[in-house]
Design a protein around this ligand. Structure first.
Ligand code: HEM
Length: 276
């Protein structure tokens, strides 16, 4: 373990005394296995899905207008989409408010969590720390609003599937247990940090046995496992959506996907210019 984690945490699975399988050790080993499996499934699953998105042909020009006419314009459109949720803002102000509160809150919370995985903690992660307090509330308020909308609005309730509720409830569970640890039932965060830095170094230390922490990190592992097969794949998927990423130049160039190049040529009097 890197120097500087302010405690002497020795691994129950190493040292001269041999392996002692106490309850705490079993829990620590279980969570270690869970996190290794969850990390592999997350990386391989998302990687595979992104590979498939990238290879899916987009046979038609379908940018949602008004659409940019150049590549640079598309880059700006994507930046506005990712940073401001522009198209959501145009279509529904309430979902935008709740969606933005949730996503932006979660971003700050996740940046704040980097302190559990780095030693020494990066300077900019230290700067983020105080904002994390408000971010946790923003995240919960956003998630609560999105869930309420699904339950209260009949039109949305009708099209909601169990997985829509599951993702919201899982995220509320993670944020809720996090806030409980912060404000009500504190856990030993130095030991939490030692445990996760240990895992990064393939060493299993002792995880604090506080039930709230175990529910918090257990739910995180579950989220990592189902992420690649869930609607949360909209995050990487956005970058492969032809309706947002295509240049609106159908009048200037003939749009071709690879397999269409093998089709018979157009009649001679129709001028063909290839898209650059
Ligand atoms: C393995 C990964 C994670 C670990 C080890 C972890 C651990 C913790 C701990 C120890 C706290 C209490 C902080 C304190 O007492 O000051 C906390 C709080 C919190 N966690 Fe996590 N967490 C993890 C992942 C996540 C994820 C993925 C989310 C969100 C999707 C999340 C959301 C929160 C929130 C909202 C809080 C309360 C606000 C805050 O302290 O920032 N956690 N987490």
């Amino acid at each position: 373990m890197p120097a500087g984690v302010e405690a002497d945490f020795r691994s129950p699975f190493s040292g001269g005394g041999g392996l002692v399988l106490g309850r705490k050790n079993v829990i620590s080993a279980f969570y270690a296995g869970l996190f290794y499996i969850a990390s592999i499934l997350l990386v391989v699953g998302v990687g595979y899905k992104v590979f498939r998105y990238a290879r899916t042909p987009a046979p038609l020009k379908i940018p949602v207008s008004p659409a940019p006419r150049t590549r640079t314009g598309v880059v700006f459109r994507m930046v506005r989409e990712v940073v401001l949720f522009e198209s959501l803002f145009k279509s529904n102000k309430w979902i935008w408010v709740f969606g933005y509160l949730f996503h932006f809150g979660m971003l700050v919370v996740l940046l704040r969590h980097l302190r559990y995985f780095t030693q020494p903690v990066w300077w900019w992660v230290e700067i983020v720390q105080p904002f994390g307090i408000y971010a946790g509330f923003a995240m919960l308020a956003g998630l609560g609003g999105l869930l309420l909308r699904r339950i209260v609005q009949e039109r949305i309730r009708y099209i909601s599937s169990p997985s829509d509720y599951l993702m919201l409830i899982l995220l509320i569970g993670i944020a809720g247990t996090g806030m409980l640890m912060k404000y009500v039932e504190h856990t030993d965060i130095v030991q939490v940090k030692a445990y996760f830095i240990g895992l990064l170094n393939f060493q299993i230390l002792e995880i604090p046995s506080s039930p709230i922490l175990l529910i918090h990190v257990g739910s995180v592992a579950l989220l990592m496992i189902i992420f690649p097969v869930s609607k949360l794949m909209h995050a990487p998927g956005l970058f492969f959506a032809p309706s947002r990423t295509q240049v609106d130049n159908a009048r200037e160039f003939r749009h071709e996907v690879k397999w269409a190049r093998n089709l018979p040529p157009l009649p001679e009097d129709i001028e063909q210019k290839k898209e650059g």
